[in-house]
Design a protein around this ligand. Structure first.
Ligand code: KG4
Ligand code: ZN
Length: 336
């Protein structure tokens, strides 16, 4: 079995998979959402403390399986350094105690493998990665090497949902609750937000201006009713999705994707999924989606990505395994 460990942000998670059949042997996630909600966002120091409590509790669950583990795959980048260190420390300790190899997994690559949890991966593949920390258009080539075609210059897609939710006092995280409220909107033309960088040729995302447009509209309201919330959430979500699709449209004109996947916590957004379905149909491209319950951070995707490195024997010694809060993929400039 391969053991996967994830602790890059505010979820502590452990998974065991059979490296031959990809069968899921064990999976559990302890989310810290409730603890961070009162602060309206992730508090790194609190996240670190909660990981030191949750990770050993998860390990306790799989004590009978330890003898069957052949390698330990752990997220070592990118993420909050104080969070990453929890999972990496546990992985190192286990690797030394059990004398089994370590595999370093990039969290974003892990998200890509959430598309292939129960089957072999198929590349090449275009990918939209939308999470709380990242918004990127990527391309994985035949060898699974990842190139970055576009990214955001400020906030990420998911983060903008979190910030809008905070402005409307809807709690944290904001993605699901903003989506729920948007579905209640009955006055779809009431708020009109400008789509960011609509006439800008660059392949780039930006969500901070849209967030400010929302802030201005909220400040004009004397009291905020349930109807105001629904109307604002709808207009915001629609504009954010339009921004994503506008740039993707350009990419699809230049890259002849046969398969396209959407991953990351915010890929659970139904408005976005619907638009991507239309885009892929128009371009005769197969759309790959991760199961809804594995869109957000989880150790199963880390074990799954680790399994690819296991087959290639890409191990790392415990003294070489470091954490990297930020990482970047090789840039691939499209000729626009
Ligand atoms: O991938 P993830 O679990 O954590 C990171 O690696 O960042 O993504 C979490 C992000 C949060 O910002 C959350 O608000 C957003 O995904 N999210 C959504 C939805 N569900 C989760 N954003 C938009 N619509 C959703 N339905
Ligand atoms: Zn993530």
């Amino acid at each position: 079995m391969i053991l996967g460990i994830e602790s890059s942000c505010d979820d502590s998670s452990v998974a065991l998979i059979d490296e031959g059949t990809l069968e899921q042997i064990y999976y559990k996630k302890i989310s810290q959402e409730e603890e961070h909600a009162i602060f309206g966002g992730v508090v790194p120091e609190l996240a670190a403390r909660l990981h030191t409590k949750a990770l050993p509790a998860l390990l306790n669950d799989i004590l009978p399986n330890l003898k069957d583990i052949n390698a330990i795959a752990v997220t070592n980048e990118p993420g909050l350094s104080v969070s990453l260190i929890g999972g990496v420390s546990m992985a190192k300790a286990l690797s030394i105690a059990l004398n089994i190899p370590l595999i370093a997994v990039n969290h974003l690559v892990g998200h890509i493998y959430s598309l292939f949890l129960d089957r072999e991966a198929t590349f090449p593949l275009g990918v939209l990665l939308v999470s709380g920390g990242h918004t990127m258009i990527l391309e994985a080539n035949e060898n699974g090497e990842i190139l970055e075609l576009a990214s955001t210059s400020d906030d990420s897609f998911g983060e903008s949902f979190d910030k809008v939710a905070k402005m409307l006092d809807l709690g944290y995280p904001g993605g699901a609750v903003v989506q729920q409220n948007a579905l209640l909107c009955e006055d779809k033309d009431r708020f009109k937000f400008t789509v960011p960088l609509l006439h800008d040729k660059r392949l780039e995302y930006s969500f901070s201006g849209l967030k400010n447009q929302v802030r201005v509209e909220i400040s004009k309201l004397e009291t905020i009713t349930q109807k105001d919330i629904a109307d604002i959430c709808y207009a915001f979500e629609n504009t954010a999705c339009e921004h994503i699709l506008n740039k993707l449209d350009k990419v699809f004109k230049l890259r002849n994707f046969k398969r396209f996947g959407v991953v990351g916590g915010a890929s659970a957004n139904l408005n976005l999924r619907k638009r991507l379905e239309t885009l892929c149909q128009k371009n005769e491209c197969e759309l790959l989606l991760a199961p809804l319950s594995f869109c957000s951070d989880n150790a199963l995707m880390i074990a799954r990505a680790g399994r690819e490195k296991y087959l290639k024997k890409e191990f790392i010694s415990h003294d070489k395994l470091t954490i990297n809060p930020r990482v970047s993929f090789k840039k691939f400039e499209l000729d626009l």
